[in-house]
Design a protein around this ligand. Structure first.
Ligand code: G4P
Length: 528
């Protein structure tokens, strides 16, 4: 209980969205409120230019910036906020899923014009796996979008989560007048292209107040009263328990670009969002209040300078106090490690830190000791669960174009896949190497980085697989038989686990029904 004060001060979360819904813009507004940046546009440069997917300089530039903005820590009204960045590009979705294992809650941005999109659905599935508390921010109310009630309906149905509006828009598009804060019972008027200030907030305790029609016109005032009555009738009072349990998502409406509805979101966020919580491990639940330190690596970032192979491992502190220069147990390697230059992300510069607490993310220089999911403790042997590897969607065989560089290629592939850039599968005793990714862009990144950083030149051959399933069975004879008959489809992952690569859903379903004694898993979590 020693560190309760520190723990209760912290909120660690991520903003997630389908590309273009407004994640970057909202992030930037949060940082402006937190005083972490001074000018609009500072975060924007973090994005890969949308149509420049083959521009390698752009990818390199992005890698450089993304280390600096991977975690943005700032203080807002006495609360220490750790905002973890997630890549906007869909080809880097796996990176986003992993970052979600390191946060305690998320803000999900939905475009009011487009509603629920493909990535919104996938991200929500990942949140649901861990019951991560979600706040929904419906953005771009300054545009003519879908009707608010329709949007709520669509989100509830498509994302399979209950919603509870905490703010409500008055009109939209060019007639957008503002949002009524159902939580605080105050009205925020819209002033396009201006920063919303405290002066724009009109506290209204009673919607029958005669000032309302004067502020937003009679017809809008009537509509708002009707809407609010309906909402209060349907949703009742807001309780934080179902939100904290990941069952109900509070909803806010606004326009990030106009800085509208953002402050209310942030103010409510710091009141209701969860403080760092206890976490499951392979052995037991680690209570966040325990005195002993524990944490895990959720992201690894390679050094940009090809002459230096060191990398930065991002460690999420889960319990106790992390201290500089103290020895900790690297559970997987069964060895003691210590860090003389751990750094935090508070302030704009990277700062070496002496200590860190649950909820914090620490940057550790790594010379190749870490893999994603690695756990550090004060001696106890367990690892944090809930960091699954999902099936890739595109598979290609690696063709070595320069046999003189075979060693470098092997090393490069191992290191890049440790970073989580892609997944590596092997066949025929390691001689055939297959890379699985979620997007085309990653293959370009891998090819480029293998050449730049390891001097290895490769080309890729497309393979006709669509999914990887980890397979297990209690019946060894059956498993041996299956792997013997399906040699073309059975490969090993990096940890030596058997994986079945399916050509199509039909093949997969056929194998599943033909082999009842073999279990097909869609993520690698089962091996933890
Ligand atoms: P992302 O990180 O989720 O991909 O989205 P981002 O914030 O980059 O926003 C995507 C586009 O939507 C940007 O326009 C941004 O200016 C715009 N946008 C964000 N919030 C709002 C809003 O509240 N209302 C409206 N109308 N637009 C909004 P862009 O043209 O792609 O980029 P830029 O030229 O503005 O930089």
């Amino acid at each position: 209980m020693k560190f309760d004060g520190e723990i209760n001060k912290r909120r660690t979360f991520a903003i997630i969205s389908h590309p273009d819904a407004g994640k970057t813009t909202l992030t930037e507004k949060f940082l402006l409120f937190g005083g972490a940046i001074q000018t609009a546009g500072a975060v924007k440069s973090n994005k890969i230019r949308k149509h420049a997917t083959s521009d390698f300089m752009e990818i390199e530039r992005q890698r450089g910036i993304s280390v600096a903005t991977s975690v943005m820590s700032f203080e807002y009204r006495g609360v220490l906020i750790n905002l973890l960045d997630t890549p906007g590009h869909k080809d880097f979705a796996e990176d986003t899923y992993r970052t979600l294992t390191a946060v305690d809650s998320v803000v999900l941005v939905v475009d009011s014009v487009k509603g629920v999109e493909e990535q919104t659905r996938k991200l929500m599935e990942v949140c649901r796996m861990r019951d991560t508390p979600v706040i929904v921010f419906i953005n771009k109310l300054d545009r003519d979008g879908k009707q608010p009630f329709d949007l709520l309906d669509e989100i509830e149905k498509e994302l399979k989560i209950h919603l509870h509006p905490l703010s409500w828009p008055i009109n939209m598009g060019k007639d957008f007048k503002g949002v009524y804060n159902l939580y605080e019972k105050s009205l925020l008027l819209f002033n396009p292209n201006q920063k919303a200030t405290e002066d724009d907030i009109v506290p209204i305790k009673d919607l029958n107040d005669p000032i309302l029609p004067k502020l937003v016109e009679e017809k809008n005032a009537n509509q708002l009263k009707e809407d609010v009555e309906l909402i209060e009738g349907v949703y009742g009072e807001f309780h934080s328990e179902p939100y904290l349990a990941g069952k109900t998502a509070p909803v806010f409406f606004g326009s990030a670009i106009n800085n509208f509805g953002v402050k209310e979101l942030l103010d409510t966020f710091i009141q209701i969002a969860p403080v760092p919580r206890s976490r499951e491990t392979s052995a037991r639940v680690v209570d966040v209040h325990e005195d002993k330190f524990s944490g895990f690596v959720f992201k690894i970032h390679a050094n940009l300078d090809p002459r230096h192979r060191d990398r930065i491992a991002f460690l999420r502190v889960c319990s106790g106090r992390f201290e500089r220069n103290k020895f900790y147990t690297h559970v997987r390697l069964e060895k003691d490690v210590r860090f003389s230059n751990p750094y935090s992300f508070l302030a704009r510069e990277k700062d070496v830190i002496q200590e860190a607490f649950p909820g914090d993310v620490v940057g550790l220089f790594d010379t190749g000791n870490f893999k994603i999911g690695d756990t550090l403790t004060e001696g106890e042997k367990f690892y944090f669960t809930g960091i699954p590897t999902f099936s890739p969607e595109i598979f290609r065989e690696v063709i070595n174009k320069d046999p003189m560089k075979t060693k470098q290629l092997e090393k490069g592939l191992l290191q890049l896949t440790d970073e989580g850039v892609a997944q590596l599968f092997t066949q025929h005793f390691g001689n055939r190497k297959i890379i699985g990714c979620v997007g085309d862009l990653q293959f370009e990144v891998i090819q480029y980085r293998l050449l730049q950083e390891y001097g290895a030149s490769v080309q890729f051959n497309s393979l006709p697989f669509y999914k990887a399933c980890w397979i297990t069975s209690d019946n060894k004879a059956k498993m041996d038989e299956f792997t013997r008959f399906k040699t073309a489809n059975v490969v090993m992952d990096k940890d030596g686990h058997l994986v079945y690569l399916a050509q199509s859903e039909w093949f997969l379903n056929t194998e599943i029904s033909n082999n009842p004694e073999i279990t097909f898993h869609f993520s690698s979590e089962i091996h933890k």
